[in-house]
Design a protein around this ligand. Structure first.
Ligand code: KE4
Length: 425
């Protein structure tokens, strides 16, 4: 593959954009390559500026569950845009999307729409602190909840990728109330509740972690968090920005039969447009301004164009109900990868749930940050570059989730497995 145009575009971008990218993980820093620049995408395919074509397993980090440029999503967006793009005044569309989310989440009575997952999490944390009049928040090492100051502590995703789990520029005061605990370790949370009685406002968790690579919850982990939060009158926040509508038509909380007090959403509910949402019981949500005293605002919150894309995306998911098919195709890919890599004697572990998975170059079961961090990121980088040159686009980080869309077919999977067949590490 030649990437001359991408290389030129990257050089140009670096002159006016820090690192040449608008989100760090896109810079391909950890995979030893220069980023490709995308010209267009359709279905499971990405096309870069050098007319190379790739099967996409990143899906814009999760939103593109229906594949790229879905005709009905585009039609809904075009129809809405013809009436204008933003009013900063309520529209019926926002109510429609909120009603769809409420109908899909038994734990949600009301929803506030915002413009990103980060904003949703920021709002949820503020709401939890406002509702409980407590300051401390428990988060899990390796989970990533967007670039919220107080949660950029022992975080995953781009921070774990760059090997800097916390960020500069955040005053100690901002993080003194953030209590990290190991993922899949509810006993550690119990100890924190004992150590800080009456001080913990919330426990925030990715119910299925995607930001240290995919790490599902161990049996009982989420239920124990639920019990601990109820007992200690703290709020349980499920950050379902990745898992929301990814694993089922609703949340991971439905699969694991554990109700959150607050849920954050993003990605899929915007169908590829900027969006986020926080939802929960009316008694908590009504504490948000203008009803209550917890402030949140946003110029483009609930933007009609973004919301129209989200409505059509959820409508498609509701009617197609593709989840079983997605899971079967993902299993076919992962089983094929294991067969190939075992045959080559390459040590690896694959964590998979529904249509999300991560191939870890690791001989240990990956159940938390510590075990994930044992992965061989150099091997992953070689694997990434080989697959890219073979026309397969993977997340440019060992510590991210891969996704399959409804447009991926067996032929795409077989082409991917063929690329792995030719892998030499
Ligand atoms: P955004 O602000 O990026 O829309 O959402 C933040 C966020 C919140 N919660 C979870 C569980 C998330 O995974 C994210 C963002 N995910 C990363 C990828 N794992 C976004 C990609 C990036 O940072 O470039």
């Amino acid at each position: 593959m030649q990437n001359r145009k991408s290389a030129q575009l990257f050089k140009k971008a670096q002159k006016v954009i820090p690192g040449g990218v608008n989100s760090p993980v896109r810079a391909f820093k950890s995979v030893g390559a220069a980023p490709i620049f995308i010209q267009k995408a359709k279905g499971p395919w990405l096309y870069d500026e050098d007319a190379n074509r790739y099967i996409d397993y990143c899906g814009s980090w999760g939103p593109m569950i229906l594949g790229h440029a879905h005709k009905d999503v585009l039609a809904a967006v075009k129809k809405t845009m013809a009436n204008g793009t933003s009013y900063g005044i309520p529209t019926r569309l926002e109510t429609q999307l909120a009603e769809m989310i409420v109908a899909a989440f038994p734990s949600i009575d009301k929803v506030r729409l915002v413009s990103s997952g980060t904003e949703a999490v920021m709002t949820a944390i503020r709401l939890a602190r406002g509702a409980t009049a407590r300051d401390k928040v428990v988060k899990f090492v390796g989970c990533y909840h967007g670039h919220v100051d107080s949660l950029l502590v022992s975080a995953g995703s781009g921070l774990m990728t760059l090997g800097t789990p916390s960020s500069r520029g955040i005053p100690k005061d901002f993080v003194k109330n953030t209590l990290p605990a190991p993922y899949n370790n509810a006993d550690a949370v119990e100890k924190l509740f004992a150590k800080y009685p009456g001080q913990i406002a919330a426990v925030i968790v990715e119910p299925v972690a995607g930001n240290m690579g995919v790490v599902p919850p161990k049996p009982g982990f989420l239920k124990k968090l639920r019990t601990l939060c109820t007992k200690n009158r703290a709020l349980l926040i499920f950050d379902e920005v990745i898992s929301g509508f990814r694993l089922t038509y609703g949340g991971a909380q439905t699969i694991y039969k554990t109700k959150a007090d607050l849920t954050t959403l993003g990605k899929i509910i915007g169908g590829g447009f900027p969006i986020g949402a926080v939802g929960g019981k009316a008694s908590i949500m009504n504490k948000l301004a203008p009803e209550g005293a917890v402030y949140q605002a946003g110029t483009l919150s609930g933007n009609p164009v973004c919301v129209a894309a989200g409505i059509e995306t959820l409508r498609q998911l509701k009617t197609q109900n593709p989840y079983k098919k997605l899971a079967v195709l993902t299993e076919y890919l992962c089983d094929g990868m294991t067969e190939q890599l075992d045959r080559k004697g390459i040590g690896h572990k694959i964590n998979r749930i529904g249509s999300m998975f991560t191939l870890f170059f690791n001989d240990t079961e990956v159940t938390d940050y510590t075990t994930a961090a044992k992965s061989d990121t150099k091997q992953y980088a070689k694997y990434f570059r080989h697959m890219l040159n073979s026309g397969v686009y993977l997340p440019p980080s060992q510590f991210e989730a891969n996704f399959i869309s409804t447009t991926h077919k067996k032929t795409h999977i077989d082409q991917t497995l063929q690329a792995i067949e030719n892998l030499k590490l």
